[in-house]
Design a protein around this ligand. Structure first.
Ligand SMILES: [Zn+2]
Length: 383
């Protein structure tokens, strides 16, 4: 195999040059369509059938590019968006790829625009020979915010294949587990009044105090009940992240809102936990005489667990020479599983350089990544 770093670099530079920030804060959020169109052109020119699937939000889209046809096959998936950036804290222009000390610097270089040129390099030897099973490239929108791209694919039942590899930066270590993530809000509406007479109001802060006690009891219960030694933090977590309420020491607090996150282990279920929380809130609302509204800040991501004995895990472990592990971040893997595919997260670059100034991908990760992807294609699409 010959790996042409110059080609790789020029392709990654083009991807990095197209801003595609996705963010729950509207002033940061940008379309990803330019990135999707560029990828569609590349894969089109390489002989893939490409389909750009627009999402409900304008300027946002997924790409499905398919080589070959038939049953089974392999999906190589990545997201086309990045997190926001702080240009003042970068040593270089985040949208201009720069090579220095064996590293390529740019926003999204490792997380994870850098995976797509790896795929481009890897597919070259397979373009002119018929495949037995399809090779499908997936580029999604909004992974860094709502995961609406992967969610839309899972809802539509597409694409169909037997195996999916998501090229998030794992330093080429196969990942078969991560926790789920939920971000939730509890808003309490009481009744404001003069603090000198408690009978003049219903304190939202007093009620919130009870709510927080309940949440901490729930957290202790969950941490006693669930444990998985495959994770650095072995128990589920619940973090009380921020609280806003009240407007003065001498007023009964009329309104209070709490935001918190939960990270569940494989085997736990986001929706079941929401029900359990609601069941603890209802009695507090009744006894305090307040209105308690429980809602989700986003739809959440389920925990991910691909069985250790699954064929894809075994193949990835053999190809990389690494036992599979877990990671602390959530990915689109649960949505790929919903589509019925065995799923592993495995890609070049390190998460340690993601989501921060001077993001880079190490050049020494690239050629091994191309080789691994080629072996996956040979195994699942050719043989
Ligand atoms: Zn990512």
């Amino acid at each position: 195999m010959t790996f042409h770093l110059k080609n790789y670099q020029s392709q990654l530079a083009q991807l990095v040059a197209l801003p595609s920030v996705s963010c729950g804060i509207p002033s940061w959020d940008m379309p990803n369509l330019p990135v999707i169109e560029l990828l569609a052109n590349w894969f089109n020119d390489a002989g893939f059938k490409t389909q750009i699937i627009p999402l409900a939000q304008s300027g946002k889209a997924n790409l499905i590019a398919t080589l070959g046809s038939g049953d089974g096959g392999l999906v190589l998936a990545g997201h086309s968006d990045t997190v926001p950036y702080d240009a003042n804290r970068w040593q270089s222009d985040p949208f201009k790829l720069e090579e220095k000390d064996g590293k390529l610097f740019g926003l999204g270089a490792t997380d994870m625009k850098g995976f797509f040129p790896v795929i481009m390099a890897a597919v070259e030897p397979f373009l002119n020979a018929p495949l037995k099973h399809p090779l499908i490239i997936l580029a999604t929108a909004d992974e860094e915010s709502s995961m609406s791209g992967a969610r839309a694919l899972a809802d539509s039942g597409k694409p169909n294949a037997r195996y999916a590899v998501i090229g998030e930066p794992t330093e080429l270590v196969p990942i078969r587990m991560h926790k789920g993530i939920m971000m939730e809000a509890i808003r309490i509406r009481g009744h404001a009044g003069h603090s000198s007479n408690p009978a003049l109001g219903k304190s939202a802060l007093d009620a919130m105090n009870q709510v927080m006690n309940e949440l901490i009891i729930l957290r202790n219960d969950l941490q006693l009940k669930y444990r998985n030694p495959g994770f650095a933090v072995q128990t589920p977590t619940l973090n009380l992240g921020c609280i806003h309420g009240g407007d003065g020491a001498n007023r009964i607090c009329g309104e209070c809102e709490l935001h918190f996150d939960l990270r569940l282990l494989p085997g736990m279920d986001n929706e079941e936990l929401r029900t359990a929380i609601q069941n603890r809130l209802t009695p507090i609302a009744e006894t305090s005489g307040t209105d308690i509204v429980f809602s989700s800040l986003f739809e959440g991501v389920e925990p991910f667990n691909e069985p250790a004995e699954s064929e894809l895990v075994k193949v990835c472990e053999a190809l990389t020479g690494h036992a599979s592990e877990s990671v602390a971040f959530a990915t689109e893997a649960p949505f790929m599983q919903q589509l019925g595919m065995q799923t592993v997260v495995l890609g070049p670059g390190s998460i340690n350089q993601a989501h921060q100034p001077d993001e880079f991908i190490s050049i020494d990760q690239l050629e091994p990544a191309v080789k691994i992807v080629q072996e996956l294609i040979r195994k699942f699409c050719v043989n």
